[in-house]
Design a protein around this ligand. Structure first.
Ligand code: HEC
Ligand code: HEC
Ligand code: HEC
Length: 132
């Protein structure tokens, strides 16, 4: 941002004619747009993903899992998970405890080695009741 603004200033003082001035102002504005667009693309991960288990009577009373992007972004880049493990669309990748036990989806890491596994004392680290 700072360097590009400087570059714009220099362009402005160097050009004399009014038409050229207008052109370079337009150029600077365009440049700022491009920079902003790039920043948006590099993007930040969305916040918490709360899984849904609607209509599953058997497990209804047990809170669905939460996945917090920010906790994982401390150690991983997007491509640790996207799209090899998870699609970038909420609800698109099926996750079950059986898949996790096979070392798939969350269980790729949550296996008691890379990260805490699905043992009894850990259930409620993922299965958090929503704050009412
Ligand atoms: C540790 C794994 C992991 C990492 C790292 C990760 N994500 Fe995700 N992401 C997920 C999971 C899990 C979901 C939910 C997928 C689902 O519901 O099927 C998700 C969903 C998403 C979605 C869809 C959100 C929606 O509402 O549909 C976007 C967008 C996304 N991630 C972007 C990113 C970006 C950008 C980064 C890096 C800055 C990133 N993710 C890093 C695991 C990860
Ligand atoms: C690393 C996070 C994590 C841990 C730890 C974890 N789960 Fe899960 N669990 C999930 C995710 C993600 C799902 C799929 C979304 C949902 O249904 O909540 C799931 C699904 C479930 C389901 C729905 C049915 C099924 O099998 O998919 C039950 C029941 C369940 N978990 C129970 C448990 C119990 C009991 C423990 C502790 C022994 C546990 N979970 C530990 C993440 C976890
Ligand atoms: C690429 C590896 C990886 C994947 C995939 C992954 N996690 Fe994690 N997760 C970690 C690591 C590493 C930590 C932090 C270390 C720890 O606490 O053991 C963590 C922390 C968490 C925490 C924070 C718990 C707390 O008490 O602070 C939750 C909740 C969690 N993961 C849920 C999930 C769920 C649900 C999925 C699947 C949808 C998932 N993770 C997929 C590596 C992963």
């Amino acid at each position: 941002m700072v360097t590009s603004t400087l570059a714009c200033d220099m362009k402005l003082t160097m050009k004399k004619k009014e038409t050229q001035l207008t052109q370079s102002i337009l150029g600077c504005v365009l440049m700022l747009f491009v920079i902003q667009a790039t920043a948006a693309q590099a993007g930040t991960a969305p916040g918490d993903i709360r899984y849904s288990r609607e209509g599953d009577v058997e497990t209804e009373s047990f809170p669905p899992s939460v996945f917090q992007h920010w906790v994982h972004r401390i150690q991983y880049r997007c491509d640790a998970c996207h799209d090899s493990l998870f699609e970038m669309k909420q609800g698109s990748t099926p996750v079950t405890m059986d898949l996790m036990k096979e070392g798939k989806v969350c269980g790729t890491c949550h296996n008691g080695e890379l990260a805490f596994g699905a043992t009894l004392q850990n259930c409620n680290r993922c299965h958090v009741s929503p704050v009412e």
